[in-house]
Design a protein around this ligand. Sequence first.
Ligand SMILES: Nc1nc2c(c(=O)[nH]1)N[C@H]1C(S)=C(S)[C@@H](COP(=O)(O)O)O[C@H]1N2
Ligand SMILES: [Mo]
Length: 546
Amino acid sequence: MKKLNLGTGALVGALLTAPLIAVMYLADQVAGLPFVPFDLFDWLTRVLPGPVITFGIDMMIDTMIFLGVSVADTAKIAEQVMAVLQFFVGGITAGIVFFSVVSMRKIKADTIAGLVMGALFGLPLIAISVAIGQSALSPILKIVWLALLFGAWGIALSQTYRRLAPAEAEPVAEAETAEAAAVERINRRQFLIRLGATTAAITVVGAGVGTILAQAERRRLEQVLAETEAHQTEVSEEMPFPNSNDPVMAVPGTRPEYTPIKDHYKVFIRTEPTLIDGPSWLLPLTGLVDNPLMLTLDDIKNNFESRDQYVTLSCISGRVGTGLIGTTLWTGVSLQDVLAEVGVRPEARYLHITCGDGFYETVDLELIAADERIMLCYAWDGHDLPADHGYPLRIWIPDRYGMKQPRWITGMEVMEEYTEGYWVERNWDEVAQVKTTSVIDTVAINAIIGEGDQKRVPVGGIAFAGARGISKVEVRVDGGPWQEAILRSPLSETTWVVWRYEWPFEAGEHTFEVRCAEGDGTPQIEEKQANRPSGATGIHSVEETI
Ligand SMILES: Nc1nc2c(c(=O)[nH]1)N[C@H]1C(S)=C(S)[C@@H](COP(=O)(O)O)O[C@H]1N2
Ligand SMILES: [Mo]
């Protein structure tokens, strides 16, 4: 009997939790109500110890590399799927617990029992969702909505138990004939089928309509982006790239030197990007300052001198050759100018930055004082920051990995004490200076140059050394001598450099390797090192049959 209860509990838990997820999803798309599976996942990634999280991320990335899918595109989707599965398994577990406890303890499966189970399952989740969730609606509204949902879920669980389990929970009446038992079994089966059909219908409709709405929203955003890009082409015609006269051209198949915004990698701690309402956003600048300030986005745009900088940004968690790197034009104001406005007190040592998604980092005031380029950035590619990339404000710190550069900034406090940043607390490098790297993007067998004995195969890619520049890139084939590549002048001293090398054609299977040196001649680290804790090093190589 007990075994039957477990299996039935799991089945009923699954049948009831699927529509619960679908209804939450639909309500999220329609009204911006909380989607609890994402909130739970985000909360877990925040509270679980760093090594557990990084282990999880590593496993996910290894799996994606193994499956041959793009890490930059797929990571978020994988996380979202895991978040939904995790919640679903939670619901199944709750079903098992309810069925076994009620049957073992001979508890009456009434509305009260259902509400108690709904509360046990729902209340912690509601607390998490209200505390850290993305939904901008009033907490009361969220609590009422989720309480109704989880309450209904609990009552449905209890009612289903009652409908299914009399024969399991209570001893079979002696007078009951075998026939009656058989009829009861058929009734139960029919009930389960009806329940399954109903919950499946709710799930399909909820998830389906939710998806249609989500796609409509995505199309709307893409259209905005397309208009933005059309605009961008006009601008670029007027304002050519600073290196547009350089005769050294990228080998076909090299990644674009200027990354289209839609292809720029995205990494953030939550399951979904953080949405901030720009017009009502205020940046408090507080702490050890003479005049604390509240800045609007317009204040930042209008009251300080703006600056443009072509910047390559990369993520410390990428492996050698990673796609977690991109280049665009950053526009903003010097952080030095903003701090001068508030008047930093002499005892102050650090700037503590907090963000809309719960992320935080600390910047040394000495670093800010030494580098006027450190920027509060409000535009990428000539337009307001995309929501995904930190609207309305993010910081740029030259020569550092992305983990040191908060987006969706909501607060800045000048302090005397040092506090570790979000990823530093999770055992990543405290300084996170970009590790010099060079990558082969293409061995262009379709773009062979020359004829006969003179045939050459163009090989191309990028090299990046943070703000230290690249002075040399070298390629070798099959372990032969290192040969110097030609460098295209970069968009700026803080972007990657596009390089090309023309290799004398030779049929067969070959291994191509690349290495580079920084502006001052310092060679890149050739020794293979994992991404954690300080950024990956090692030589990038590709094999190609020609
Ligand atoms: N608020 C906030 N800022 C953040 C992060 C984040 O999760 N939250 N991630 C950081 C990391 S690890 C990287 S690599 C960059 C990525 O910026 P992008 O997604 O715009 O490319 O943002 C950084 N700033
Ligand atoms: Mo990152």
